[in-house]
Design a protein around this ligand. Structure first.
Ligand code: DX5
Ligand code: ZN
Length: 220
């Protein structure tokens, strides 16, 4: 039985005092911490690399859910695992060698995730289901926090649940990332999402800790 989790995105946190925000999220009940790695090539934005992930790991007690939005992910997965990733997700669109990179992640004993951009069909997952623990459905185009949730993600989520059922792969966790707020989290969860990412939906509210706690209540 899968349990629903929330993975607050640190992209919207205060990086001048990241420990303070990590403590706030952990006190609020976050089950994972979502970390967005961007390289300025795969997406038009740059964030940080393994060095910062390692620093976050030192401050955190919660498993790290690392989302790689980078080209050539195979060259870097070992570095992010060494830095402390517990879940490591790569993008289907980022390499022609998805299977090889996923196997590399699995061989290190870390949960392997694959992410689909909004335009990428579910059918692309057909031949890699035995190699993954997580499917991350992008509900915005990757690159920035604070964008609006793309409505047809709901239909994609329902179709993905059916697809996993038909392939006897319902153990794979489904994560949704982008534009998740207190107002739409129930609709997203009901459509069949196990792990919900939210950045600005938590941090850009007046009381982030209370917002997170309310989101967790909705997921119960
Ligand atoms: C976008 C990132 C998201 C981002 C979500 O490329 O992958 O994880 O932090 O931010 P919000 O929740 O603000 O849409
Ligand atoms: Zn993300």
């Amino acid at each position: 039985m899968k349990t629903k989790k929330i993975s607050p995105s640190l992209l919207s946190a205060d990086f001048s005092n990241i420990q303070k925000d990590i403590i706030m999220l952990e006190e609020g009940g976050a089950q994972l911490l979502h970390i967005d790695v961007m390289d300025g090539h795969f997406v038009p934005n740059i964030t940080f690399g393994p060095f910062i992930v390692k620093a976050i790991k030192r401050a955190a007690h919660t498993p790290l859910d690392v989302h790689l939005m980078i080209e050539n992910p195979g060259d870097y997965v070992d570095k992010f695992i060494d830095a402390g990733a517990d879940y490591l997700t790569i993008h289907m669109e980022s390499t022609p060698h998805v299977h090889r990179v996923l196997q590399k992640i699995k061989s290190r004993g870390v949960k392997a995730g694959i992410s689909l951009n909004p335009h990428t069909p579910i059918s692309m997952l057909e031949n890699i289901l035995p190699d993954i623990d997580l499917i991350l459905i992008m509900s915005v185009n990757p690159g920035f926090g604070g964008q609006s949730f793309i409505p047809n993600t709901i239909d994609k989520l329902k179709r993905l649940n059916l697809f996993l059922k038909n392939h006897n792969a319902e153990h794979i966790e489904i994560e949704v990332d982008g534009g998740v707020k207190l107002e739409n989290i129930k609709m997203i969860s009901d459509a069949g999402c196990d792990i919900v990412v939210s950045g600005s939906g938590i941090f850009n509210t007046d009381t982030p800790k209370e917002t997170l706690q309310k989101m967790i209540e909705v997921l119960k």
